[in-house]
Design a protein around this ligand. Structure first.
Ligand SMILES: CC(C)(COP(=O)(O)OP(=O)(O)OC[C@H]1O[C@@H](n2cnc3c(N)ncnc32)[C@H](O)[C@@H]1O)[C@@H](O)C(=O)NCCC(=O)NCCS
Ligand SMILES: Nc1ncnc2c1ncn2[C@@H]1O[C@H](COP(=O)(O)OP(=O)(O)OP(=O)(O)O)[C@@H](O)[C@H]1O
Length: 199
C-alpha cells in the first residue's frame, strides 16, 4: 500500500523547501506548480485558452507566456484569477493523477503531491494524509518579499488569494512549523515520517 501525502501551505510558507527534503528519504514528489508550467507551453490546449482569454499582451517575444505579466493581472482581479484557474487546473489535475497512479502501480511506499491549493480546490480526496507547512503571516510576508522582490501590496495580494495558512493548519493531519530554521523543519518531517511508518 502506498501512502499518498498531500503537502500544502500558503505562498512562500516553505512547501518547495520541505518538498526537496523528501529526496533524502527517496520519496518521490509530484509538484503541481511545475506541472502548471508544463501544461501552458505553446502548443498545449491550456496555452491557446489563456491567449484567447487574456490576449497577446501576456506573451513574450518568443510566444511563451510572461508569468510576471499574467500574475500581475490575476492577483489584482479575483474573477480573472478564477478564469485562469478554470483553464489550468483541469490539465494539472489530470497529469498529477497519472503520475500518482504510476507510483502506486510500482508499489512505492510513499508519494507526495505538492499542491498549493489542496484545500481551496477541494483535492483532499486525491491523498491519504495532509501536511501543512506553516509560518506566521509576518514571516511569510518577509520571505515572500525577499524571494520575489514584490512590494508589500503585491505580496499581500498573493497571500490573500489563498485560504489563510492558519486555517489550513487546522484542517491538516499534521503541521510542520517553518518559523524556525530549515533544519528544524527537517527534523519535524523526519519524525512525522517515522510516526507514519514510512521510514
Ligand atoms: C499566476 C501565474 C502565471 C504566476 O506565475 P509565477 O511563475 O509568478 O508563480 P508560480 O506559478 O511559481 O506560483 C507561485 C505560488 O503562487 C501561488 N499561486 C499560483 N497560482 C495561484 C492561484 N491561481 N491562486 C492562488 N495562489 C496561486 C502558489 O502558492 C504558488 O506556489 C501562475 O502561478 C499560474 O499560472 N497560476 C495558475 C495555476 C495555479 O493555480 N497554480 C498553482 C497550483 S496548481
Ligand atoms: N526555515 C526557513 N528559514 C529561512 N528561510 C526559509 C525557510 N524556509 C523557507 N525559506 C525561504 O523562504 C522562501 C519561500 O520558501 P519556498 O520557496 O520553499 O516556499 P513555497 O511555499 O514553496 O512558495 P510558493 O508557494 O511560492 O511556491 C524561499 O526563499 C526559501 O529559501
Amino acid at each position: 500500500m502506498t501512502l499518498v501525502i498531500g503537502l500544502t501551505g500558503s505562498i512562500a510558507s516553505g512547501k518547495s523547501t520541505v518538498s526537496l527534503m523528501f529526496d533524502d528519504f527517496n520519496i518521490p514528489v509530484i509538484d503541481a506548480d511545475k506541472i502548471s508550467r508544463e501544461v501552458v507551453r505553446p502548443g498545449e490546449k491550456a496555452y491557446e485558452q489563456i491567449v484567447d482569454t487574456f490576449g497577446g499582451e501576456i506573451l513574450r517575444d518568443d510566444q511563451t507566456i510572461d508569468r510576471k505579466k499574467l500574475g500581475a493581472i490575476v492577483f489584482e482581479n479575483e474573477d480573472k484569477r478564477q478564469a485562469l484557474n478554470s483553464i489550468v487546473h483541469p490539465a494539472v489535475r489530470e497529469k498529477m493523477l497519472e503520475r500518482r497512479d504510476a507510483h502506486v502501480d510500482t508499489g512505492e511506499k510513499c508519494v507526495v503531491l505538492d499542491i498549493p491549493l489542496l484545500f481551496e480546490s477541494k483535492l483532499t480526496n486525491f491523498v491519504d494524509k495532509t501536511v501543512v507547512v506553516y509560518v506566521d503571516e509576518q514571516v511569510q510576508l518577509e520571505r515572500l518579499m525577499d524571494r520575489d522582490g514584490y512590494s508589500e501590496k503585491e505580496a499581500y495580494q498573493r497571500i490573500h488569494a489563498q485560504m489563510p495558512v492558519k486555517e489550513k493548519a487546522e484542517l491538516a493531519d499534521a503541521v510542520i512549523d517553518n518559523n524556525g530554521s530549515k533544519y528544524d523543519a527537517y527534523q519535524q518531517l523526519e519524525s512525522l515520517l517515522r510516526e507514519w511508518d514510512v521510514l
